[in-house]
Every structure is written in structure tokens, then in C-alpha cells.
Design a protein around this ligand. Structure first.
Ligand code: F6R
Length: 241
């Protein structure tokens, strides 16, 4: 695992955008795995800036997002589809049909998981962007006695719903379930960029990278991946020398 610590917020987004944009520039047909949440917002902002400078094009890029809430209309302000459109897709030349987010409104959720996996099996993810939950989740793969390799429906833990309540009017509005890519798919990505920001993530990232590899901390599986870069701000990286 390659650890990169950056001093401030601006550099955090810039370094991440440098990693992603280098790949897009050298491999214009690359497949990106994308995350939502607070952590990658700066990355997307900087990517738009680089795009606006005319350095890269997303015309042939394909994207697959990690997860989506079950039951929210796709145009709901807190849906991950809305997040991606607002923070990235609406501002670059990516083709809408090349952007993929699980459909949390599908009538048959199992069928939707299968459909997502079938698409993913035809397209290996070149670079997967990840954040980490306070409990060590990646995507919405929550700590458990066992983990699921492929795309599946998960019951969100109370802690995760609390952490995400900031995007809703109240915690009661946070969906109970989500569709997430599985850890098998994440681990098959050629390269992983794990972004970690803030003092409240210092302990979990330290445990994930230096503690035992266990399904009780899904991010600890990343210790087994051959090409992981962990980008941390000073606060999140406080427990690393
Ligand atoms: C988001 C996702 C989650 C988040 C994690 C951290 O698509 O899959 O694993 O990356 O919950 O969220 P933030 O960045 O909001 O702290």
C-alpha cells in the first residue's frame, strides 16, 4: 500500500485529480469506479477544472458508481445519481449512457444487482475511487461475519445512516437499504485510490491498514490488493509516522 499524506484540503483534491486525470489522459477509454460522499467532492471539482483547461476528455470514459440508496427516486436531491450529476457528470463531456449508478428504484432489486454485475464483468475497472466509513465500510459493504463478492442489497447500519443523515432533512428519511458493489468487484479493480479525510477517520484508517485482515473491517481487505494508493490529509494520517 502506497501512503500519500497531503497538508491541506486543496492539495487533497488536487493530488487525487492528478492521479485520475493522468489515467484518463494516457488511457482515454478507461473505466473508472466512482464514489460519492463528502470525501471525493474536491477530486471532482479539480477534475472539472482540468477538463476545462482542455487537457483531458471523458468522451470515451466509462464510469461505474459503487452504490445507491434503495427507494429514492433518481432525481431525489440525496440520491447518488443526483450527486454524481451535480458534482461531475453535468460539467464534463462524458456520455450519459457511459455513466452507471445502480438503480435503487428497480422493481426487482436482485435482477438489478445481476444486471450491474453483468456490465461489470465485461468491463474491468481500471481505477476505483474509494472512501472509508467510520466502521471500515467500503462502498456500502458493512462489517459482518461474511462479505459478498458481487453487487447486492445491504441493510445499512445505524451508524452509517447517522453519518449520512446530513444529506437529508432528518435521519428518518435516510433509506434503510442500499445496493452496493461487492468487495470481489472492488478487489478486481486494477488500481485503487482510497481517499481519507478528517480526524474522525484517523483510527479506522490506521486499523484498516495495520490491523488484522477481517470482514469486520472491510477496508482491511485492501491490504491484499497489489495496487492501492491511500491519500490522507494530515488529520486522517495522524497515526502514521
Ligand atoms: C460512497 C461510499 C461510502 C463512502 C463512505 C465515506 O459512495 O461508498 O463508502 O465513501 O461512507 O463517506 P464520506 O466521504 O461522506 O465520509
Amino acid at each position: 500500500v502506497n501512503l500519500v499524506k497531503v497538508g491541506n484540503e486543496k492539495d487533497f483534491g488536487k493530488v487525487a485529480a492528478y492521479i485520475v486525470s493522468s489515467l484518463v489522459q494516457t488511457s482515454p477509454r478507461c473505466v473508472l469506479g466512482l464514489a460519492t460522499g463528502g470525501t471525493p467532492v474536491g477530486l471532482y471539482k479539480e477534475l472539472i477544472e482540468i477538463y476545462n483547461q482542455g487537457v483531458i476528455t471523458f468522451e470515451k470514459v466509462k464510469t461505474y458508481n459503487l452504490d445507491e440508496y434503495v427507494g429514492l427516486p433518481s432525481d431525489h436531491p440525496a440520491s447518488y445519481r443526483t450527486f454524481m450529476n451535480q458534482h461531475l457528470f453535468n460539467h464534463i463531456d462524458i456520455l450519459p449512457e457511459n455513466t452507471h449508478v445502480p438503480n435503487g428504484q428497480a422493481d426487482d432489486l436482485d435482477q438489478e444487482c445481476k444486471r450491474y454485475d453483468e456490465m461489470l464483468s465485461e468491463a474491468v475497472i481500471d481505477l476505483q475511487v474509494l472512501g472509508i466509513g467510520h466502521n471500515g465500510h467500503i462502498g456500502f459493504n458493512e462489517p459482518d461475519d461474511q462479505l459478498t463478492p458481487g453487487t447486492h442489497v445491504v441493510e445499512l447500519l445505524p451508524q452509517t445512516r447517522e453519518a449520512n443523515a446530513r444529506y437529508f432533512n432528518s435521519i428518518d428519511e435516510v433509506p434503510q437499504r442500499a445496493i452496493t458493489m461487492g468487495v470481489g468487484t472492488i478487489m478486481k479493480a486494477r488500481q485503487i485510490l482510497l481517499m481519507v479525510r478528517g480526524a474522525d477517520k484517523a483510527e479506522i484508517i490506521h486499523r484498516a491498514l495495520t490491523g488484522p485482515i477481517t470482514t469486520l473491517c472491510p477496508a482491511s481487505l485492501l491490504q491484499l490488493h497489489p495496487n492501492v494508493t491511500v491519500l490522507m490529509d494530515a488529520e486522517a494520517g495522524r497515526l502514521f509516522q
